[in-house]
Design a binder for this molecule. Structure first.
Ligand code: 6PG
Length: 471
């Protein structure tokens, strides 16, 4: 008897691929699986236990492709970059018109756009899909940001909706636009993730270094914040991490971890794209930069006894102030992310739906938080000038919380505790609330040394001034 064909194929049985394959099987789909190292396949099927009856293992790529229902839907969970290009080249001749291949990794959206273009006109389809939520999310309900054609989405939708996280019954997956839209939105999600993590770490820093609190005590405070407007996955994770003990030493686990952060690139891509689009996501940039500085551990250790100047006595902000400061800064970082999405949507013609993006970020993904539902609500109303911070409900929240952010940033500056992301968020807020900024002076400087010209406040056109000679 020949085996029934599979609904979807998952290529790549690493952590995320395995978890997604099991999730599909759990939701009643037949899943074909394969892996470059074929000796991973049998253990995976064995570990699937009762779900193994829904899994169709294949030892070779042709066998894998042949085991799928047509039009085929194949999800690749392999390293982004060159391996994906090589895979496309190998698999394309085995596919038929109408088939869709999906890159579910954290790919650079420029690569996704290029690959989408490569396949367009061939009758075969390429989808870039951002998947958020880590291993647990992938297994039990991720948030997914999908790009590509309507044809591919029609094929993928029932399966993606079945495995996605749910918020009030609403699946956290959406087709957001053509070509690289899904991967771009995932990139910005990660940029916001970087900022949120950094801002939480800055609050930890001021409590640890300014107030001398222990890690478990800070963890307890964060745990309490889970009952308020800061409720979020990242606060939950942080609270638990700060209260964990190292079994080897009995010390708080975080005290035994080197203060050097890794990064795989999505935060950096967010910042690069923001700058290319004439934007600045400075709260996110500060977070990416902070990871960079964190890696210069030896230099920082050498600098500690040398860079001692200029500290000023200050109280450490109260716990309530820190909570409000974090809330304000979290709003600002998200608002920068959404502003960047708006700029990219215009540039690449994606018509991104910010309500839908907020909705699919409410569950499953790493940045899920109580705020995302407020953002979804705000995007349903009028949004002046594409700025979330100008939505009435959001600017009202900021009005309540920004005074605490000011006090916190001021205290950090006085005490010499670095708050790069919190202070960047505040600087942006203050830039935005100045109808008249200081770029008139920048224009004067540019015209002075390079005759670059400027606009005048009293009439239209481009002008140059006759500047005095320098003595
Ligand atoms: C997610 C995460 C995930 C990312 C990790 C690590 O949404 O599930 O964003 O995709 O890979 O968070 O990223 P860094 O190594 O760059 O910190």
């Amino acid at each position: 008897m020949t085996q029934a064909k599979a609904d979807i194929g998952v290529y790549g049985l690493g952590t995320m691929g395995s978890a997604l394959a099991l999730n599909f099987a759990d939701k009643g789909f037949r899943v074909a699986v394969t892996n470059r190292e074929t000796d991973w396949i049998a253990p995976f099927v064995e570990e699937a236990g009762p779900l193994s009856s829904a899994i169709v293992p294949a030892q070779t790529l042709p066998e894998f492709v042949a085991s799928l229902k047509t039009p085929r839907t194949i999800l690749f969970m392999i390293p982004s970059g060159a391996p994906m290009d090589a895979m496309i080249e190998t698999v394309l001749p085995l596919l038929d018109e109408g088939d869709t291949i999906i890159d579910g990794g954290n790919a650079d959206f420029h690569d996704t756009r290029r690959r989408f273009d490569l396949l367009s006109g061939t009758g075969k389809h390429f989808v870039g899909m951002g998947v958020s939520g880590g291993e647990k999310g992938a297994r039990h309900g991720p948030s997914m940001m999908v790009g590509g054609t309507d044809h591919s989405w029609a094929q993928l939708k029932p399966m993606a909706e079945a495995i996605a996280a749910r918020f009030d019954g609403n699946p956290c997956v959406a087709h957001l636009g053509s070509d690289g839209a899904g991967h771009f939105v995932k990139t910005v999600h990660n940029g916001i993730e970087y900022a949120d993590m950094q801002m939480i770490a800055e609050v930890y820093g001021i409590l640890r270094d300014g107030a001398g609190w222990t890690a478990p005590r800070i963890g307890q405070l964060f745990e309490n914040w889970q009952d308020g407007p800061l409720a979020s996955y990242l606060i939950e994770v942080t609270a638990a991490a700060l209260q964990a003990t190292d079994p080897e030493t009995g010390q708080p686990m975080v005290d035994m971890i080197k203060d050097r952060a890794g990064q795989k690139g999505t935060g950096r891509w967010t910042v690069i794209e923001a700058l290319k689009l004439g934007q600045s996501a400075n709260a996110i940039e500060a977070a990416v930069g902070a990871r960079g500085w964190s890696s210069e551990k030896t230099a920082r250790q050498a600098a500690q006894p040398l860079l001692t100047a200029g500290l000023i006595d200050s109280d450490v902000p109260t716990a309530d102030d820190l909570a409000d400061a974090l809330l304000a800064a979290r709003i600002l970082a998200h608002a920068q992310g959404f502003r960047l999405l708006a700029a990219a949507s215009d540039e690449f013609d994606w018509s991104l739906d910010f309500t839908r993006i907020s909705e699919i970020w409410r569950a499953g993904c790493i940045i899920r938080s109580a705020l995302l539902d407020d953002f979804a609500q705000a995007f349903r109303g009028a949004l002046p000038h594409d700025h979330l911070i100008l939505a009435p409900a959001i600017s009202a929240k900021l009005a309540d919380a920004v005074p605490a952010l000011r006090r916190t940033v001021a205290a950090g500056a006085a005490l010499g505790t670095p708050l790069p992301s919190l202070s960047a968020g505040l600087a942006w807020y203050d830039s935005m609330r100045h109808g008249r900024g200081t770029a008139n002076l920048i224009q004067a400087q540019r015209d002075f040394f390079g005759a670059h010209g400027f606009e005048r406040t009293d009439k239209d056109g481009k002008f140059n001034a006759v500047w005095p000679d320098l003595k």
